[in-house]
Design a protein around this ligand. Structure first.
Ligand code: ATP
Ligand code: MG
Length: 452
């Protein structure tokens, strides 16, 4: 008999089936045994009653044993079942726990025994959660985060493919660093020094000269010693770069369309997971609000008492939070673009504004209180690019490989880099980016704590 996924059991009333999964909870009492079984698609209740040989096996099963269960699908008529059906009629959202049927068990096989350190649904502090990740990730509320993340990446690819972008793989072992080198992990490379890429930036730009529109999904590494709720030492960067633009506004428009698509699709296809986290409708309008940095700083001082922002070269995390609060309450958007950051605060490849002295045609996208994206137009003129490197104290000689592209024809172009963990964190309303990261690398931890 073929395996049935638990989420499909509601359509199989009266039939004999086999499910495979984990014994989520186990309660054996006298002549009966009750279980909740779980597979990746859902949870369901199972009962053994009046079958001594099955009961004997059932009584030996403990939580998280991997099992194969044969049985008959019966309709449930109790209060919980009725409530679940009513709830589904009202919201249209399917519960992970399939409550309208149960399995009358006729046979159980144990495929693998398990010994668990604590109950899966205990409330855990972050370190205990991280220390035990191969186990704690099994909690459907945790794994939901990574189902949502996978969906975000899928939709990112989908939208860009639909818009004539080509995916490429950027190398992660690199020579000199685009952002100036401060945050690079050094790698010993056969007697030479190399580094781990802080972004795919230079390769994206080279590829614009080849394929016009490109995107890439991959790890980026930051050797930064911070310990905040928004920083990781290894994160997954979603990047695109597009050629033949008229200005940075074309890049913002593409990015706006991309994020609206991702948010709409995730809200449509991941209702069960979003509901686990009580996510309210995310406001992703056709056109996200846009403000220049100086405008945003003036607004901050005007709208929020005691805030000092005007004249600063960048926004503080608190400013980003307040601007998002303002956009949500007054502009109907959970997103807001801030444009025109000063030359001093942006990497050497950033296009300098023609109309705002000392500023760049760059932007950040803020979402629910934090920066999730940086982007902008890039310099495409060879001489200007070389000068800009020198102004930032970089040695053009060390970037000759990259600079070749600009001698051999690069169109006006621009693009973005988006951290998928921050986006996932903010969609689900998690308080720490590490909770939206599989196996987060942080200052004190590579899987296990380092100072042990
Ligand atoms: P921040 O100012 O918040 O430290 P950044 O400006 O240094 O971020 P960028 O270099 O602009 O980051 O990277 C683009 C995007 O990549 C960020 O908006 C963010 O989503 C993500 N990102 C960058 N660094 C990190 C990090 N250390 N941990 C998690 N995500 C990151
Ligand atoms: Mg940035």
């Amino acid at each position: 008999m073929k395996r049935t996924m638990i989420k499909n059991l509601s359509q199989m009333k009266g039939e004999e089936i086999i499910i495979k999964g984990w014994a989520d909870t186990v309660r054996a009492q006298g002549k009966m045994a009750f279980f909740d079984f779980r597979d990746v698609s859902g949870k369901v209740q199972g009962v053994v009653f009046g079958k001594p040989e099955v009961l004997e096996v059932a009584k030996k099963i403990s939580a998280e044993d991997v099992v194969e269960v044969k049985g008959v699908v019966n309709e449930r008529n109790d209060k919980t079942a009725k409530e679940a059906i009513e709830e589904f009629k009202k919201t249209g959202v399917k519960d992970f726990f399939v409550k309208d049927v149960e399995i009358e068990i006729t046979e159980i096989k144990v495929l693998a025994k398990s010994e668990i350190p604590f109950s899966l649904d205990e409330d855990l502090n972050l370190d205990v959660y991280l220390d035990n990740m191969p186990f704690t990730l099994k909690n459907p509320k945790q794994s939901a985060v990574f189902k949502v993340q996978a969906k975000i990446i899928q939709k990112f690819r989908e939208y860009l493919n639909q818009n004539d972008f080509t995916e490429f793989m950027a190398p992660k072992i690199v020579g000199d660093d685009a952002e100036g080198g401060a945050g690079v992990y050094e790698v010993e490379y056969f007697g030479n020094k190399a580094g781990l890429a802080t972004s795919p930036q230079l390769y994206k730009q080279i590829m614009v000269g080849v394929l016009e529109r490109v995107f890439t999904v991959g790890q980026a590494f930051r050797a930064e010693k911070h310990s905040t709720s928004r920083h990781l030492n290894e994160y997954t960067s979603l990047d695109f770069e597009m050629g033949f633009i008229d200005s940075y506004k074309d890049v913002m428009k593409m990015h706006n369309g991309l994020l609206k698509y991702i948010i709409d699709e995730v809200q449509k296809e991941m209702q069960t997971e979003l509901e686990e986290y009580g996510v309210e409708k995310i406001l992703a309008p056709e056109e996200f609000p846009v403000m220049s940095l100086p405008e945003a700083q003036e607004l901050l001082e005007r709208e929020f008492e005691g805030v000092k922002a005007v004249g600063e070269p960048d926004l503080e995390p608190e400013h980003e939070r307040l601007l998002c609060q303002y956009a949500k309450e007054n502009l109907g958007s959970d997103f807001i673009f801030i444009t025109h950051y000063p030359v001093s605060k942006r990497p050497f490849y950033t296009f300098k504004s023609k109309d705002m002295d000392g500023m760049t045609d760059s932007f950040d996208l803020l979402f629910k209180g934090v920066e999730i994206t940086s982007g902008g137009q890039r310099i495409h003129d060879y001489d200007e690019l070389v000068q800009s490197m020198k102004d930032k104290g970089l040695d053009p000689e060390k970037f000759s490989f990259y600079l070749q592209a600009f001698k051999t024809g690069i169109p006006p172009h621009g693009g973005i880099g988006l951290g998928v963990e921050r986006l996932t964190q903010k969609i689900l309303g998690l308080d720490n980016v590490k909770k939206a990261t599989l196996f987060p690398r942080e200052i004190n931890r590579i899987d296990t704590l380092l100072n042990k």
